[in-house]
Design a protein around this ligand. Structure first.
Ligand SMILES: *[C@@H]1O[C@H](CO)[C@@H](O)[C@H](O)[C@H]1NC(C)=O
Ligand SMILES: *[C@@H]1O[C@H](CO)[C@@H](O)[C@H](O)[C@H]1NC(C)=O
Ligand SMILES: *[C@@H]1O[C@H](CO)[C@@H](O)[C@H](O)[C@H]1NC(C)=O
Ligand SMILES: *[C@@H]1O[C@H](CO)[C@@H](O)[C@H](O)[C@H]1NC(C)=O
Length: 288
């Protein structure tokens, strides 16, 4: 499969097929690094097999008593993040705050969308969204005059409807001109807001935990569901495959190294954490 991809790399149609199967970087969890504003790096050997980044350079993976970090920028205590950068994931007026004497995190105003309570729109109507806003922006009711429809993956969406294309970490909203491609201004990479919601986990160099369905190899790793932090007792196994390093609490692991760990999140689950795309470990737990 790899060699087929290499041979046809210059024919656009087949390149797209390759792209879909082998080079879907979302399978390796790069969305989180994009969300953190990390800079991608490409290994020259690996690039021949894949166009995905092999590691990232991230700001803010260390304890700080005076600053918070968001998308590659440093915010001093009391500095406020422009709400336009955080509205998409429903946080507004976020400011860097000190807590527990020697730690920092962002505090934000809570947004409550009317649609989060269970009130359905009137019969026949639906809610229109925008990629820049947290809550819906309008209720659309018949007649849908001049209204656009979009077709993606065999499904039909009405203008303003929100959809998450499968096997990817994109989010789209149906708008006039959409031609079935995951591209701006119709689609955007999803936002996790990890530094806003989990600044302290990142400063402690915890690892993102993703849930993956069994036997679904195409399930992408988008926003982490939880975080795994080091207790210093993990038994690290596996042969190093490169000299690139992942950080995990006080420890470092090389690409190819990892461990299994049981954690209690409502019930006891086993997670597998591995250094795949540094600098963070990638932890996975399988669900049915
Ligand atoms: C690239 O592909 C070749 C052949 O499939 C394989 O032997 C090699 O290990 C791959 N290299 C990397 C870095 O994945
Ligand atoms: C942040 O603001 C609070 C309240 O206004 C003030 O007491 C504190 O000194 C400020 N901290 C810094 C580092 O500016
Ligand atoms: C629908 O399009 C027609 C022709 O472009 C225009 O005259 C009409 O005002 C539009 N209706 C609405 C509700 O936008
Ligand atoms: C998880 O495992 C620990 C240690 O075996 C046990 O004490 C605890 O009760 C378990 N928790 C649940 C929810 O099963």
């Amino acid at each position: 499969m790899d060699s087929v991809c290499l041979k046809v790399v210059f024919t656009i149609l087949l390149f797209n097929i390759c792209n879909a199967s082998n080079n879907n970087c979302d399978l390796s969890g790069i969305l989180l690094y994009e969300d953190l504003g990390c800079k991608p790096a490409y290994d020259r050997v690996a690039v021949r097999n894949s166009t995905c980044p092999t590691n990232f350079d991230c700001l803010g993976l260390k304890k700080s008593t005076s600053s918070c970090f968001f998308k590659g920028k440093t915010y001093k205590v009391n500095d406020t993040v422009d709400s336009r950068l955080t509205a998409g994931f429903c946080d507004l007026g976020c400011s860097c705050q000190r807590y527990q004497k020697d730690k920092t995190k962002f505090k934000c105003a809570t947004v409550e969308c009317p649609e989060w309570t269970n009130i359905e729109p009137p019969t026949g109507c639906y809610r229109k969204y925008s990629l820049d806003d947290c809550c819906y922006i309008r209720e659309m009711c018949p007649p849908y005059e001049n209204s656009t429809v979009c077709i993606y993956d065999g499904k039909v969406y009405k203008e303003g409807e929100n959809f998450l294309p499968k096997n990817s970490c994109w989010r789209c909203i149906c708008q006039a001109g959409f031609r079935g491609k995951l591209e701006k201004p119709f689609c955007r990479r999803r936002s996790c807001g990890a530094q806003i919601k989990n600044q302290e986990k990142l400063q402690e160099k915890c690892a993102p935990l993703y849930y993956k369905r069994k036997y679904r190899d195409n399930d992408p790793l988008c926003c982490p569901t939880n975080w795994i932090c080091s207790d210093g007792k993990e038994k690290i196994m596996g042969r190093p495959q490169s000299n690139k390093l992942c950080v995990f609490g006080q420890r470092t692991l090389r690409v190819g190294q990892g461990f299994d760990k049981t954690i209690e999140i409502a019930r006891n689950i086993t997670v597998n954490c591995e250094c795949k795309v540094p600098p963070l470990l990638t932890c996975i737990t399988h669900i049915i």
